[in-house]
Design a protein around this ligand. Structure first.
Ligand code: PTJ
Length: 245
């Protein structure tokens, strides 16, 4: 759909079109459309802008990715549709591997995602070669199937728009987990080491520029405190809006 630039919800509606296109192109799961709607609601609550707490989390994530031995960016259908360019830029700057990993397992969709990322400029995309498949223990969902040369052996893993089980399993396996999740109350948000409570469309751009500027230095980031700040920011945003009304 051609959304007029003058429309007051132009940005949000344009992002929605990306997800719909991703679905039409066979990248996004049907359930991914619902997940996007959930994200839209939380984006509304944070004021559809990158908050102070999200900026702090982005800087911490940049430090962790740059100082990793073997960083990996895990890509699902939604992420591949929303920010393919930024995935590739981030992988290049941080020397991270890109791996397709799906919750709603579908070999054909995996291959389509890998193909679209390669078309967008990715040199290598892991996660589609059954010979390299390994299993993460203690995980029931299809996300347990990971690549030997990617998530299985990686030390810092970016798992955007995730479900909580894998985050917990990756942490049990000794990995540092970074996520993007607009819902500060989700299990993923609560379990990850660094949660960026921001729309991935805005946040990935900022993460790429933070990595360009940042030093290879890990910070003492406290995720629990950052999530409490994110909730306060939502509360203050709602207060501001109700006092105006
Ligand atoms: O492609 P697949 O098969 O791997 O499936 C991907 C989805 C996203 C469907 C799957 O991982 C899933 O069902 O995720 P959940 O459990 O719905 O969690 C997704 C989380 O991401 C929710 O907390 C949403 O609020 C959040 N979210 C949705 N859109 C965005 C977002 N966070 C940041 N930016 C967004 N654009």
């Amino acid at each position: 759909m051609n959304i007029p630039k003058s429309h007051p919800r132009f940005i949000s509606l344009s992002i929605r079109e990306k997800i719909v296109k991703g679905y039409d192109d066979g990248l996004v799961a049907k359930e991914g459309l619902l997940a996007h709607g959930r994200g839209e609601a939380f984006d509304y609550l944070i004021g559809e802008k990158t908050t102070k707490s999200a900026r702090a989390a982005i800087n911490a994530a940049a430090g962790a990715l740059l100082s990793a031995h073997s960083p990996v960016i895990s890509v699902n259908g939604n992420v591949a549709s929303l920010c393919p360019k930024e995935i590739i830029q981030l992988a290049k700057i941080t020397k991270a591997k890109i791996e397709v990993n799906l919750f709603y397992y579908d070999e054909r969709r995996k291959k389509s995602i890998a193909k679209s990322l390669k078309k967008a400029g990715a040199k290598q995309v892991l996660g589609t070669n059954p010979k390299s498949y390994r299993r993460i223990s203690g995980l029931g969902s299809s996300r347990r199937i990971v690549d030997r040369d990617g998530i299985f052996t990686g030390d810092v893993i970016l798992v955007p728009l995730e479900d909580g089980d894998r985050t917990a399993a990756l942490k049990r396996a000794g990995k540092t987990v970074i996520t993007f999740d607009l819902n500060p109350l989700s299990r993923t948000s609560q379990t990850a080491d660094i949660t960026i409570v921001d729309n991935i469309v805005r946040g990935m751009k900022m993460l790429v520029s933070a990595c360009k500027k940042s030093k290879r230095k890990r910070s003492n980031f406290n995720n629990k405190k950052a999530l409490a700040s994110a909730l306060s920011e939502i509360k203050n945003n709602l207060k501001r809006r109700t006092s105006i009304a």
